[in-house]
Design a protein around this ligand. Structure first.
Ligand code: ZN
Ligand code: ZN
Length: 336
């Protein structure tokens, strides 16, 4: 099965956190946290449509400037989500520059900034031509844990504790559509852009008895199918991918419970593991996890794949020890 999302950490485990999640069949990506993203190519950065920030400690948000620099002057809508006070943080960034020349730009760059509170969201919009002055007052929406809902996937969050509110994120694909290539050619069809439309029709819950037209060759000959029949012939539907990201949390009962619930059965969990268990007092003081604690959470949540990151620089050259500690705790907990 080829996954639809291909998550990868932008940097090594000792460098700033950022999880880049490109979509396999689209020129599109989402990103969790914006630490230093200079190692991400401009081409990749320009694929980003939605940005999810756990909290605004500098190592998680300094990459905002790099991203803004690249999208400036483009015709684009960028959606950005963060915790309490996030709107103030973004406005602080935007007011740090002079914007007297942007009114001449013909392309319309708009930022849609959403801040997450316990029981509601606040969204405020900014348009480049106005020098990023707020285009409207903040609008309040109801909130039940879902930040983004699209036909094929959703992004969920929980507010965690890192001495300040800090968001954990999960991206969940609704279901996965795998195309059987042989079956496509047996029907006399070619692999082509129509498959994207076909998948979209499935995610849009199109009536299985409705008609679907496929252009079968470059001469634009069309063949008609009933969607339900075509699905049975050329597609295998399986559970969707689940990718989770937890950065900067203190090890408390309340955090553990919320994280396990959010990331339960993830195909891939990316989790901070800043300190070694022998330094757990420092971890607690700095409101971070030890590798062992991160491994226990991952095991409890029965995630299928685990990648630690955000190692403290004090362990330079000892990354393998942190990795062993988290993996030992993970496998031990899984066995229980
Ligand atoms: Zn932090
Ligand atoms: Zn951090």
């Amino acid at each position: 099965m080829r996954p639809s999302f291909l998550p990868r950490l932008v940097n090594g485990p000792f460098d700033d956190p950022s999880l880049f999640i490109p979509f396999l069949f689209e020129k599109r990506a989402v990103i969790f946290d914006l630490g230093d993203i200079f190692s991400l190519s401009a081409r990749d950065i320009l694929k980003i449509s939605h940005i999810f920030i756990t909290h605004t400690h500098m190592d998680h948000f300094i990459g905002f400037d790099r991203l803004l620099r690249l999208v400036l002057g483009r015709d684009q809508d960028l959606y950005i989500y963060g915790p309490e006070n996030f709107i103030r943080n973004v406005e602080g960034k935007l007011s740090g520059y002079s914007w007297n020349l942007v009114k001449n730009y013909t392309n319309l760059l708009a930022l849609h900034v959403t801040e997450v509170h316990d029981d509601h969201l606040m969204t405020k919009e900014y348009v480049c031509q106005n020098g990023f002055l707020p285009a409207s007052k903040a609008v309040k929406h109801s909130f039940n844990g879902t930040l983004l809902k699209e036909p094929s996937f959703s992004v969920f969050t929980r507010i965690l504790d890192h001495s300040i509110p800090c968001l954990g994120f999960t991206l969940k694909e609704r279901f996965h559509v795998n195309i059987i290539k042989n079956a496509v050619s047996e029907l006399g069809l070619e692999i082509g852009p129509w498959l994207k439309e076909f998948k979209q029709a499935l995610f849009d819950n199109q009536d299985p008895d409705s008609e679907f037209e496929v252009s079968c060759d470059k001469k634009q000959h069309k063949k008609k199918f009933v969607i339900g029949d075509l699905t049975k012939k050329i597609a295998r539907i399986s559970p969707g991918q689940k990718i989770s990201y937890i950065a900067d949390v203190v090890y408390t009962e309340s955090n553990i419970e919320k994280i396990v619930e959010l990331v339960k059965d993830s195909d891939h969990l990316f989790i901070e593991a800043s300190f070694l268990e022998k330094d757990k007092d420092i971890a607690e003081k700095k409101c971070h996890l030890t590798a062992r604690q991160a491994g226990l959470i991952a095991g409890k949540a029965k995630v299928k794949q685990l990648t630690p990151f955000h190692y403290s620089p004090r362990y330079q050259g000892e990354g393998h020890i942190l990795e062993k500690e988290i993996m030992d705790a993970y496998y031990d907990t899984l066995k229980r």
